[in-house]
Design a protein around this ligand. Structure first.
Ligand code: ZN
Length: 273
């Protein structure tokens, strides 16, 4: 086996922050490599390394270990690992450093010496993480794992789209905010929720009825399907889950504005953190 980048005695680990400060992320990761444990994994992955869609220096140091660990796993632990690794790639791609447009990023740590290889290692790992996602997806198809795979293939915007079954966008013309929900395989668009949620909520009612009849607009899929979606679909193989299928079909679907006459492709997911 080839050496793993950022071994546990690498100096970067001594100063690598995660969501809870400079913390025992390394120890938790080492424990997980020794023996898989769902609670340790959840704590490490989502309390520390990928918290509220934010990433930290330790998130990047962990990736090579995660990829190596994936080779030894199968079943639910592999799925859990693939989900995490894919999300790291997805959220990394939202950062300006990797061509994204997130408003949140602390830049300083990238420049310090122990972290100088982080970007090169990250880029080199992408095909491997893609393979991990694909292995997990073929076992248990799940749209968030497909999102990670898309991000690994360089389709960052598609990845962000595959990540959730709902979202918001602002009309590019008049800036009115819209909400969309995937209901019955369609992108259903509603005006922003009323502040008083005790009143009738058309989104919930449509969900209950399984049909977007109360939607202001229903997105019109592009024909033929967007080439990035077709690429990811071809990788996913025969057993594409319904949610991934609908999201792929509706990538860049034609939507509109309920206030002005604007019509156009569903705008990219907005990263507000
Ligand atoms: Zn508008």
């Amino acid at each position: 086996m080839f050496p793993i980048a950022f071994p546990f005695d690498h100096p970067a680990w001594e100063i690598a922050q995660d969501a809870l400060g400079v913390s025992p992320a390394r120890d938790l990761l080492a424990k997980l490599v020794q023996e898989w444990d769902d609670d340790v994994a959840d704590n490490l992955f989502y309390d520390r390394l990928c918290h509220q869609e934010r990433l930290f220096p330790a998130s990047f140091l962990a990736l090579p270990h995660v990829v190596a660990l994936a080779e030894t796993l199968s079943g639910r632990s592999l799925e859990s690992l693939a989900l995490f690794a894919g999300l790291v790639v997805l959220h990394a791609r939202e950062q300006p450093r990797f061509g994204g447009h997130s408003l949140h990023e602390s830049e300083e740590w990238w420049q310090s010496e122990p972290f100088q290889d982080v970007e090169a290692v990250f880029e080199k790992l992408l095909p491997e993480i893609g393979k991990v996602c694909l292995r997990a997806y073929r076992k248990t198809p799940y749209h968030v794992v497909a999102a990670g795979l898309a991000a690994c293939c360089g389709h960052a915007e598609l990845g962000a789209h595959l990540h959730s079954e709902s979202g918001t966008y602002s009309c590019p013309s008049c800036k009115t905010r819209h909400e969309w929900e995937l209901i019955a395989g369609k992108v259903a668009i509603y005006p922003p929720s009323p502040a008083d949620m005790r009143r009738q909520n058309p989104v919930l009612e449509d969900y209950r009825d399984g049909s977007p009849i109360r939607a202001s607009i229903v997105g019109l899929p592009v024909e033929p399907e967007h080439q990035d979606a077709t690429h990811v679909r071809s990788l996913l193989g025969e057993n594409v889950d319904l949610t991934s299928d609908a999201l792929l079909r509706n990538f860049k679907c034609k939507v509109g504005c309920i206030v002005c006459a604007w019509q156009g492709p569903l705008p990219a997911r907005q990263v507000l953190h």
